[in-house]
Design a protein around this ligand. Sequence first.
Ligand code: SAM
Ligand code: SF4
Length: 449
Amino acid sequence: MKRYHVTTFGCQMNEHDSERMKGMLESIGYAEAPDPDAADLILFNTCSIREAADSKFLAHLGHAKRRKRERPDVVIGVGGCWAQSVKDEVFQKFPFVDVAFGPGQVHKLAEFLTSESLTAQGYFEFEGFAGDLPEKRAREFQGWVQISVGCNMKCSYCIVPSTRGRDVARPLQTLVADVERMASEGVTEVTLLGQNVNAYGRDLHRRGFTPATFAQLLEAIDAIDGIERIRYTSPHPQDMKEDVARAHAELSALCEHVHLPLQSGSSRLLKAMRRTYTRERYLDRVALLREHVPDVALTTDIIVGFPGETDEDFEQTLSLCEEVAYDGAFTFVYSPRRDTEAADFPDQVPHEVKVERMDRLVETIQRNAHERAQRFVGRTLEVLVEGPSRKDPTRLRGRSRHNKVVNFVGLAQPGDYVHVEIERATSQTLTGEESLLARATGGAAALAR
Ligand code: SAM
Ligand code: SF4
């Protein structure tokens, strides 16, 4: 039996594409190898969002090249956003690569592997979503659902629209059928994926499908038996409307967590980024969410050192972070990307200024997240158990509905929902003990979401 190994870089969308690559490879008779050296097919699912992602991948590719020299029959494949951004150039630069494909072309990999000729081949069309691929889930109780491909926004720093194409929604009925199938296979938590999830459905009518909004999709998935938790990433602040905020209050499976990418707290910079909202509009969206779900956990993405960012702009980002008091954030140093508008902007910020601002931003985020997390101490939270704790295997690790990692002492199994009494909180994790009272009474006694 032939064996494959997939190395994944980047976001959850890529993680999900890799699950589909693995499922598809197993359906054509391949088995997973524990490391690339034991594989007949070495695959990379690449990311190109920042320069660091490119460099990390290129180091891995060097290893694959040496492997191919030792064993010329090994097949080397490169998929994902980096492959899409360089297209056929990949074969000129790295002649040992056998097959390359963009993010929408996962299914072409099977076509390539099962065809007679193995001359190098590239697949870079945007075809929408390649459906009906089996996925091999990392945990059988958690599933990803890609609700749309691509992005219609034009954020001036971002390479995604050129690597993933226009926003194309998958029809609501298809998504519901997918989640029903997943629920029947034991999935209880789903994460809906898209680049701008709350713009979902705008193209459905034009393409001849029943129109649907993101809030309607959430409602339809909430109604599916067996689905206990719904998460999604990422919404765009421009499209965060009252119906979605209300859904958070009304739908029992929809978690009390929203990841709402900010990018900058300065309206001037937001305009240069083409983010289509101002600082005030963003704060209105936060107020709307907190009005409907006062305890909602908010996380975000922030870029420091965007071209032209002044001290004053940066201070505005810090002050917004103090005002919102996020539960957590992904912080990124701006990285110029090929074929993006901002890469040619004047006033690129010097590296040492970026680093200094990043330190201050991380301090602000962590201090606020630490303070926010104290609200959980003394509460009993519902936790979905994921496995043993990474640092201390005698403890268990799971996630609360607010998407906080919870390490705790308990008897549960991966996939169980348990109630944990929270004793301590840091900016990143909560620590506690499984509520045995709740276990004895089947959970009814101690639930406080
Ligand atoms: N569509 C999502 C959104 O708008 O939030 C996710 C886009 S991207 C995969 C995730 C994050 O990467 C963005 O929110 C942004 O903060 C960051 N990012 C994108 N391009 C970047 C760049 N050129 N330099 C630094 N960070 C970048
Ligand atoms: Fe990139 Fe902006 Fe689209 Fe997000 S919304 S994927 S940042 S263009």
